[in-house]
Design a protein around this ligand. Structure first.
Ligand code: NDP
Length: 228
């Protein structure tokens, strides 16, 4: 199982939960130090030895995507699941002031990189008996909200990418679904709502169950659906 954003927040909690269920997890993320901490925690708690996959979704070149594919192919020969959880908020700003480079970065990290990573891993997903791809959506993915700019638009796009992939599932034999975890106490949430009472928010561990459901055998037969 490949989990993006596995060094922090929801991605880390999902990686831990998968490992607890016995999955070998590929910990993909930007900051090696954080990934190593996730790795150590999984090993300490008796989970299967994970794979460390430091990978910057903002800057990765075609060569790096290919190298990632080749490394996973050599080490595991197949990928059973891909959980797209990494993401960035960008800024909260009205459209007429929205910083253009930030817009491009958010769309790239949250949407285009999910496409690139999915495309890269499709040959390995196809080798699985039951491959599943889960995208992380948001409350601003189905109805745009003022000031949420590129983040909101990237999540609309994520829903579209999921639907296109799901509709191609006859060819790909891969199920694809998306999930909006709702408000969770993470660095991103704090960035979006700095004045909020953090004690009212659930911890990342509280939202792992639906990810496990969609990534595991219970989610068989579900395709092209979006969950809150
Ligand atoms: P966090 O900020 O806690 O974690 C985001 C993760 O994405 C980090 O592990 C981060 O790595 C990784 N990441 C960011 N940029 C890159 C990059 N360029 N390359 C590789 N990895 C990167 O956020 P959350 O856990 O809150 O968010 C997880 C997902 O859930 C996101 O898709 C978000 O949109 C979605 N979501 C979150 C909600 C919430 O309330 N928290 C609500 C609805 C949706 P690093 O730490 O190394 O920077």
């Amino acid at each position: 199982m490949i989990v993006t954003g596995a060094g922090d927040g929801i991605g880390q909690a999902v990686a831990f939960a998968l490992a607890r269920q016995g999955a070998t997890v590929g910990l993909l993320g930007r900051t090696l130090r954080k990934l190593e901490r996730s790795y150590d925690q999984i090993v300490k708690t008796g989970g299967p030895k994970p794979a460390l996959l430091p990978f910057n979704l903002e800057t990765a070149s075609a060569v790096e995507y290919e190298a990632l594919h080749d490394a996973l192919d050599r080490e595991f020969g197949r990928v059973d699941g891909l959980a797209h959880i990494a993401g960035i908020l960008g800024v909260l700003s009205p459209i007429d002031h929205y910083d253009v480079p930030t817009w491009c970065k958010v769309i790239h990290v949250n949407l285009t990189a999910s496409f690139l990573l999915t495309r890269t891993l499709l040959p390995l997903l196809r080798r699985s008996e039951d491959a599943t791809v889960v995208f992380t959506s948001s409350g601003v993915a189905r109805r745009g909200r003022a000031y949420w700019g590129a983040y909101s638009v990237s999540k609309f796009g994520t829903e579209g990418l999921m639907q296109v992939l799901a509709d191609e599932s006859e060819q790909t034999r891969i199920r694809a679904n998306s999930l909006n975890p709702g408000p969770v106490r993470t660095a991103m949430r704090l960035q979006a709502f700095p004045a909020e009472d953090r004690n009212r928010l659930v911890e990342p561990a509280a939202v792992t169950a639906p990810y496990l459901f969609l990534l595991g055998p219970e989610g068989r037969g579900l395709n092209g659906m979006t969950f809150d």
